[in-house]
Design a protein around this ligand. Structure first.
Ligand SMILES: *Cc1c(COP(=O)(O)O)cnc(C)c1O
Length: 219
């Protein structure tokens, strides 16, 4: 199937409350335009400068999501346009996003990345650290960021039960945090290989790359 057919089929298969982020990292503008022409408007990238280049070249009604790990010195390049930053994993990063958002006279929406995978390689905050942050006084003073939810990545494994239990864990943390902070509405979990499990466990935003665009180009 073509990129536009994949995109339409996946979109159609999702329950209505689940948002689709089409993960376009490494893909060309021409490839991304095929999904755009199929009606997709939300795209996810994991490198700030690659996303900035695509933002400059592509239609301005696209919402660009930063889904990857972010270095603080790169925040300034996306602050003028990014619509959601998924992987905020420290207060220092949140503070820098707040600073750059303020310079651009914007409020930038963010998700806190929670470490749910058992692997060492995945970034993210512990539940306790995230809770300390959202209940801190400093947090209330970051007026140019809005933390609107949580994001997580499951362990890369064939073991479906493990993946399911990690998603369940993130949903439990989300429900708990929501009782403290009503602004939390997004739980971003699920990728090409596991988004159906993530949705069964309560995801309302999935980040799907290869199932739409095919295998990643290596650049
Ligand atoms: C690349 C990436 C995805 C999409 O991965 P696929 O398996 O191609 O769907 C989702 N989330 C994050 C954080 C990624 O880096």
């Amino acid at each position: 199937m073509s990129i536009s057919e994949n995109c339409i089929a996946i979109k159609k298969s999702l329950p209505r409350h689940v948002a689709l982020v089409a993960v376009s990292k490494t893909k060309s503008v021409a490839e991304i335009m095929q999904a755009y022409d199929a009606g997709q408007r939300v795209f996810g990238e994991n490198k700030v400068q690659e996303m900035e280049g695509k933002w400059q070249e592509m239609p301005k009604d696209i919402e660009w999501h930063m889904i990857g790990h972010v270095q603080r010195n790169k925040v300034k390049y996306m602050a003028p346009f990014v619509s959601l930053i998924h992987a905020v994993d420290s207060e220092r990063l949140l503070k820098e996003i707040n600073k750059q958002a303020k310079k651009n006279d914007r409020v930038i929406n963010c998700l806190l990345q929670i470490k749910i995978a058992k692997e060492d390689s995945k970034f993210g905050m512990s539940e306790a650290a995230a809770k300390t942050l959202i209940t801190s006084e400093a947090f209330q003073n970051y007026k140019n960021v809005s933390v609107v939810g949580l994001m997580g990545m499951a362990t890369f494994t064939e073991n479906e039960e493990q993946v399911r239990s990690e998603f369940k864990e993130l949903k439990r943390i989300f429900d708990d945090f929501r009782s403290i902070q009503k602004k939390l509405t997004i739980v971003s979990m699920g990728m090409s290989g596991d988004y159906t499990i993530a949705i069964e466990e309560g995801s309302n935003m999935v980040r799907v790359g290869s199932a739409i665009f095919g295998a990643r180009n290596t650049i």
